[in-house]
Design a protein around this ligand. Structure first.
Ligand code: BG6
Length: 369
């Protein structure tokens, strides 16, 4: 059943190119149009949206954080992302023109379900992004976009995350098209770039031997710091979460720019710091800022593990360990930069002798609030 892999998680990590291709399949038209006919919200409903809330838990919440950057950039609709368990208790401002997007692999997470029920009570429209056909969250939503990632057995989420991110990209592009925002002309180019992502994820997977070895060499470390900016920030959070879940190691993700406002005090000689570096192409200023953040931690003794694009030479002098990913547009980068962090966490956990599929204290789907 594990297809020759020692853990379901390793199988699911390897399935990611296919899973993302399955999320995109049939939804990208030849003319660059995004076909989401199965989403039962009319174009008029979507044109009326003036605010978006994304609600989710755990890894799905991190997918929502990535989505915010893309959706706001493409649609110009304000988009907030909130932990489902916090959302309804703070009395959010919702009405008929609010779109609430609930992201859940299982479709059964009680915190997310309660958030969506609250949104519906306030007359907001609810779109579910879900992997499990016919589960409660899509049944109670106004519309659903299934991720079609296939069953995910390992408790900690991997392929579900990438498919959630891909599905959010589809929602953002579809909204932009329906609303005719100026950017809609560029959608065709982004569609092509999105189509290429499964192939790029596959390429990353073919270069993971060094990351596995690195994981084994770091297995006795007791704390890790993850840094990112822009869409790299939620990926830093996700990398830290994977390590906590799988390896039971203290790990924290920070926005790279926030480091100097406090967390840099944590750095001492040899502290492992994993940095997700944005593409130097496109938004070059983001790239340069992260490179200087890496220099700052290294000057204070950190051991730097740098995830950077092929051809990015600026990072080389500051990387104790360098992990390369293929060049992608900035917003789509999470689909490749997440992969080495999953592999790193799994190999550290395995080296520490833990059950990678069934971490202690965790359940695949948490049906209590
Ligand atoms: C957690 C799982 O409890 O629920 C995580 O252990 C998951 O892996 C989170 O990300 C949210 O689950 P779902 O099914 O709503 O995406």
């Amino acid at each position: 059943e594990k297809g020759g892999y020692p853990w379901f998680m390793l199988k699911e990590i390897e399935e990611q190119p296919q899973a993302v291709a399955d999320t995109l399949r049939g939804r990208l038209g030849d003319q660059g149009e995004i076909l989401l006919d199965e989403v039962r919200l009319t174009d008029q409903d979507l044109r009326d949206v003036d605010k978006i809330f994304i609600v989710a838990c755990g890894t799905a919440y991190h997918a929502g954080l990535v989505a915010k950057y893309a959706i706001e950039h493409w649609t110009r609709i304000p988009c907030e992302v909130e932990l489902a368990s916090e959302f309804r208790y703070r009395d959010p401002v919702l009405d008929r023109s609010t779109l609430v997007v609930a992201i859940s692999q299982s479709g059964e997470t009680m915190d997310t379900l309660m958030a969506l029920r609250h949104a519906k009570d306030q007359k907001a429209r609810v779109l579910a992004i879900c992997n499990t056909n016919g589960s409660t969250i899509p049944r109670e939503s106004d519309a659903v976009l299934y991720t079609h990632g296939g069953p995910e057995i390992a408790v900690a989420s991997t392929k579900a995350f990438l498919t959630q991110v891909a599905a959010c990209f589809l929602v953002g592009l579809h909204l932009a098209q329906v609303r005719g925002v100026k950017f809609a002309d560029e959608v065709g180019a982004i569609v092509d770039q999105l189509q290429a992502m499964p192939g790029l994820i596959k390429r990353v997977l073919s270069t993971m031997d060094g990351v596995r070895e690195l994981g084994r060499s770091l297995a006795s470390q007791s704390t890790f710091i993850f840094l990112g900016r822009h869409v790299g920030y939620p990926i830093a959070l996700e990398g830290a979460l994977k390590l906590k879940e799988l390896a039971y190691v203290h790990a924290e993700g920070f926005a790279a720019g926030e480091l100097k406002h406090g967390p840099i005090a944590l750095i001492s000689e040899g502290t492992p710091v994993v940095a997700v570096v944005p593409s130097p192409a496109g938004r070059g200023f983001l790239h340069d800022k992260v490179v200087s953040n890496i220099q700052e931690v290294r000057a204070r003794g950190a051991m730097t593990i740098v995830i950077a694009e092929e051809g990015d030479e600026a990072v080389v002098p500051y990387a104790d360990h360098l992990i390369r990913v293929p060049r992608t547009p900035t917003l789509l980068a999470p689909l490749v930069t997440t992969v080495p962090l999953q592999v790193l966490a799994a190999s550290i956990a395995d080296a520490r002798g833990h059950d990678v599929d069934q971490p202690r204290n965790l359940a695949k789907s948490v049906t209590v609030e």
